[in-house]
Write a protein that binds this ligand. Structure first.
Ligand code: ADP
Ligand code: MG
Length: 323
């Protein structure tokens, strides 16, 4: 463990440097495919409330691919459901392609989900009609698209081939294995060439070869159609393929990865979630001093005098504790 620096400004703690969030210039049209402003979601059940999202600020540009990372229970699935318009925010707002979802009526919201969003839920079976064949599921998914039956069949056959299910076209979806269902569910999500693909753990049930095919299909939709992708994943191969990562911890955006570099994200109230690997240096409740430096700040843990310290009866650091 790195020794904290209770008594001086030695560069032994954590150096935090600033990176402005300017990124690339916005393309023509809508600047953001996805925008969340201070998004809060509280699940209320009789006798309990769970704050699953505690003020998420997030933007994704059209054509970007983003992996949502974070421990179990962090709020990733809840966030994805908001992007799909399946939940109403407790507070804050969600905009997709410039439209605020809470302002859409029931019909417009249903149309939005059918035509603009491809959604792959965490449990692959829930995306499918179990008594329909694999082909039938793909034909049904294309019902909202303005395509001839022949064009739908061509699209279905192409997708079945891409996910390695050409031989299972006539099998009932409910009879497919978990991995096959997951691949079929991705094909269904992409059937109408959505502008936004939302996928919750798309490779959990897959062997590395099938996972690679799924990643290839997602990337292909992105490069050939410009589909924006937001995928929850624990799979490092998926995260690497998508490029930008956003780590959710405890219902907030804690960190972002860009070009292989990891950054902590400063919240609107100035809060930072320190990287998990610093938790030994800054356990919960630690006192720290943040000191301005040339290109950022140094954060030093300050150990308050213990109860055995005769100099401080209150047990709190005196005014000179960090110097
Ligand atoms: P993740 O996908 O990151 O594992 P979730 O979004 O599923 O996280 O859950 C975030 C938090 O909300 C967890 O504490 C979870 O137990 C809680 N939660 C999720 N869904 C519900 C629900 N339907 N009712 C009550 N609590 C829920
Ligand atoms: Mg989840």
């Amino acid at each position: 463990m790195t020794q904290p620096a209770p008594g001086g400004a030695q560069p032994s703690a954590s150096r935090i440097s600033a990176r402005p969030r300017s990124a690339a210039p916005a393309p023509a049209g809508q600047p953001f495919a996805v925008r969340c402003d201070n998004l809060v979601h509280v699940y209320r059940t009789p006798g309990s409330e769970v704050a699953a999202l505690r003020g998420v600020d997030l933007t994704v540009r059209p054509g970007e691919m983003v992996a949502l990372l974070g421990p179990s229970g962090a709020g990733k699935t809840t966030l994805l459901w908001h992007l799909a318009g399946l939940l109403r925010p407790t507070a804050g707002r969600v905009e997709i392609n410039g439209r605020q979802l809470t302002e859409l009526g029931t019909g417009a919201l249903a149309r939005f989900r059918l035509t603009e969003v491809g959604l792959l839920l965490q449990n692959p079976g829930r995306n499918l009609l179990p008594y329909q064949s694999a082909l039938g599921n793909l034909m049904f998914a294309q019902a909202p698209a303005r395509r001839s039956v022949a064009a739908r069949r061509r699209r279905a056959a192409e997708l079945l081939d891409r996910v390695g299910l050409a031989g299972a076209a006539r099998r009932r979806a409910g009879r497919l294995s978990g991995g096959e269902q997951q691949r079929l569910a991705l094909a269904v999500a992409l059937a109408n060439e959505p502008g936004l693909l939302l996928a919750d753990e798309p490779t959990t049930q897959l062997d590395p070869v099938s996972a690679a095919a799924v990643i290839e299909l997602i990337r292909d939709a992105n490069t050939s159609l410009g589909t924006t992708v937001v995928a929850v994943t624990h799979d490092p191969a998926v995260a690497a393929a998508l490029g930008r990562t956003i780590t959710i911890r405890d219902g907030r955006v804690g960190a972002e990865g860009l070009d292989g570099q990891e950054y902590v994200v400063v919240g609107r109230d100035g809060t930072l979630q320190l990287p998990a690997e610093l938790s030994d240096l800054f356990p919960p409740g630690s006192l720290a001093r943040a000191e301005r430096h040339e290109h950022g700040v140094f954060l030093h843990r300050v150990d308050p005098p213990g109860p055995q310290d005769p100099g401080d009866q209150a047990g709190l650091p005196g005014p000179g504790a960090g110097r």
